[in-house]
Design a binder for this molecule. Structure first.
Ligand code: ZN
Length: 244
């Protein structure tokens, strides 16, 4: 194998390592996003839960107050009815009747209010229960996702470490000026850095290289760059791109 082909082969190996590294790093960034979404959903539910619990508490207090008012005035009405038997004064009798009447009206009004309130309370409690169930299942899902994510991230991290080691070895094989060129392009362009030329078309930018460059690349003497995208290029017939 000529020195030129050997260098191309090494650069392509380096490229394969870098491509996998980029993919893994992207996955590491994206993987926690699902978890974040679940966490936001859970927070949202927690807020809803809080509001409904406050509402249930308020309604329960109102219910207690209404019931105690109804009981108190009910007692008053009962007592007045007993007293009424003993009143001989007509004026007093009418005054008491009027008061009883008012209390009875008030209590009827309160009973109505209580009924509405009980309906509302029942609906809120059903909602609360539903929210609690949702919250519970979301919490379970979050725990499972968290566990899977941790092991997935661990695996990715291990593979990255492996690749970083491979990369170091691969770099050691490439002459410094060529490696500098590779790294220079890597820092400035979208992956990949080195691509093949297939029938005079650069497979990095899919634009034909000029005929003169095509003749030059076929000679296989020096590593050329695509005049359009600046990526390193090699003729596909020189090297299949499979380092194995
Ligand atoms: Zn190109």
């Amino acid at each position: 194998m000529s020195k030129y082909i050997e260098q191309i082969k090494k650069l392509v190996s380096l490229q394969e390592i870098d491509t996998e590294l980029i993919q893994l790093k992207n996955r590491m960034e994206e993987a926690p996003r699902h978890l974040e979404n679940l966490q936001n959903e859970l927070k949202n539910l927690e807020e809803q839960k809080y509001h409904i619990e406050e509402r249930v508490k308020l309604l329960s207090e109102q219910k207690k107050k209404l019931q105690s008012d109804i009981d108190q005035d009910g007692d008053k009405i009962k007592k007045s009815k007993n007293k009424l038997m003993m009143v001989s004064n007509t004026k007093e009798y009418h005054a008491m009747m009027r008061e009883m009447d008012n209390l009875e009206k008030l209590n009827r009004f309160r009973e109505e209010e209580l009924n509405n309130l009980l309906e509302d309370l029942q609906a809120q409690q059903a909602k609360k229960e539903e929210l609690n169930n949702q919250f519970q299942s979301l919490q379970d899902e979050l725990a499972t996702t968290q566990a899977t994510l941790d092991s997935e991230l661990q695996q990715i991290q291990e593979r990255i470490q492996e690749l970083e080691n491979d990369r170091e070895k691969a770099c050691a094989d490439v002459p410094v000026p060529i490696l500098s060129r590779y790294n220079f392009i890597k820092d400035r362009l979208h992956n990949p850095v080195i691509v093949s030329v297939r029938q005079s078309v650069c497979t990095g930018c899919f634009i034909s290289i000029p005929p003169q460059s095509f003749v030059e690349i076929q000679k296989g003497e020096q590593i050329l760059s695509c005049p359009n995208c600046q990526r390193l290029i090699y003729w596909e017939e020189h090297y299949s791109g499979n380092p194995q």
